[in-house]
Design a protein around this ligand. Structure first.
Ligand SMILES: Cc1ncc(COP(=O)(O)O)c(C=O)c1O
Length: 428
């Protein structure tokens, strides 16, 4: 299996050779099992590595300092929406880690995979329309609006929920239109009113939360947001036990369509030191909660597609594959990922479009120089497909891809390639 010649493409994804060797091994094994394509492979090992590296940086920054005689702990919540795959939820639970959900389906997935309610955090907007249906004690719930607060307060008191308030800091805005805020959380003055109301009602208000957006380029953005949180807490005379800073850490080894890295200014050590500094204004803090999706799981997946047909016109070679952007990889609209070629193909390269099988010109995974020796029947492996590819998959003219799961116990099927019967049987 060969790696695309990065020199000719002008791209540098920066994968260490061990990562490439790991994926080559896994893909070779997957194809030897005659698993049909398109196929996602997800592995727990890169997730474990990423978390270990993160925790080492936090510990290295002397993070286990004491506040009021109790250790300040870090808690990583699994961002369920980023990769809602049952074996991942099981693996994560077996590590003794908690999960963050943002919908009724995600809550039900967490419950059916055995998470105890005290290890589930409910986030997201308009939860008052579904959360009251679940009589779950000791749940953690971050409130998103006044209407939610009013509707959920009686349940929170009855079921002893650990409540938080999500704050809309000035660092949170619509990334496509930065002049506009996002639709999430309480504005600062509303947050003060909400916290006071919860305190008066003797609810168990313990957490203050924000989630800014994704691919945040530097720790300074978080530091500014945490300073705003401290201001709101001061105004509300609230000493949170948990500071939840959401997700948003930038992805590694993935480039923008313009060829830039997302994590150029970002360093884990500097981030850990920032966190330590920024937590000082919270005298009773016991835990910092992190809900990173992309940073934790992007590197745990690969999409394998097969070339079905080859064309060439107006100087562009086109590979028509059985998977692509429309069905499997919407994020290829704004991201470039490294490819592996299977079997090994080398030699003269030409500008090549990697297309999916749907009747959409949009269905193009990438356009880059690839060896002319690639032919129908070969496989292409699109790396770093772990975050937000599967939740955005479609059944556009075709069924869902197959999924293989890999962990310490080996590689095994997790989902079959969707059959016509399965797809069509949903209709009455
Ligand atoms: C509340 C919340 N937490 C965490 C995340 C994960 O974000 P990311 O994948 O950028 O880390 C999201 C993503 O939308 C979110 O809405």
């Amino acid at each position: 299996m060969s790696r695309v010649s990065l020199k000719k493409s002008g791209l540098n994804f920066g994968h260490p050779p061990e990562t490439i060797a790991f994926w080559k091994r896994l893909v070779r094994e997957a194809l030897s099992l005659s698993t049909p394509t398109p196929l996602y492979i997800f592995s727990a090992l890169p997730i474990a590595e990423r978390l270990a590296e993160f925790d080492a940086a936090l510990a290295g920054a002397g993070f286990q300092f004491k506040t009021h005689n109790s250790k300040l702990r870090i808690q990583h919540w699994l961002s369920c929406k980023t990769l809602p795959v049952a074996p991942l939820l099981r693996w994560w639970r077996e590590q003794g880690r908690p999960i963050e959900v943002v919908s009724e389906f995600e809550l039900r997935a967490a419950l059916s995979e055995g998470f105890a309610p005290e290890n589930i955090l409910a986030n997201g907007p308009a939860k008052h329309h579904w959360l009251p249906r679940f009589e779950l004690r000791e749940l953690s719930v971050n409130l998103d609006s006044r209407a939610e607060l009013d509707a959920l307060l009686p349940f929170a008191k009855k079921l002893n929920w650990r409540l938080g308030v999500r704050l809309l800091t000035s660092e949170e805005y619509d990334p496509d239109h930065p002049q506009f805020p996002t639709q999430f959380g309480f504005a600062p003055d509303e947050a003060v009113t909400a916290i006071k109301k919860l305190q008066r009602a003797k609810a168990r208000i313990e957490t203050i939360q924000f989630h800014l957006r994704t691919n945040i380029p530097s720790g300074q953005v978080y530091e500014r947001a945490i300073a705003e949180v401290a201001e709101v807490c001061r105004a509300a005379k609230f000493n949170p036990l948990q500071l939840d800073i959401g997700g948003g850490l930038p992805v590694r080894h993935v480039l923008t369509r313009g060829g830039k890295v997302f994590d150029g200014e970002f360093g884990l050590r500097a981030f850990a030191q920032m966190l330590r500094r920024a937590s000082k204004p919270f005298p009773e803090l016991r835990e910092i909660w992190l809900e990173n999706g992309r940073f934790v799981s992007a590197g745990c997946g690969a999409l394998v597609v097969k070339i079905l047909d080859v064309k060439e016109r107006r100087g562009l070679r086109q590979l028509i594959c059985n998977g692509g952007r429309t069905m499997n990889a919407l994020a290829s609209l704004w991201e470039q990922h490294e490819f592996l070629l299977f079997p090994e193909r080398t030699g003269k390269e030409t500008l090549t479009a990697v297309c999916g099988p749907t009747c959409m010109a949009f269905d193009q995974l990438a356009r880059l120089p690839l060896p002319r020796s690639l032919r129908a029947g070969d496989h292409l492996v699109w790396l770093d497909a772990g975050a937000y590819q599967l939740p955005w998959e479609t059944r556009f003219s075709h069924g869902h891809a197959a999924v293989l799961w890999h962990d310490e116990k080996g590689l095994r099927p997790a989902r079959e390639l969707q059959s016509f019967e399965n797809l069509w049987s949903q209709w009455k």
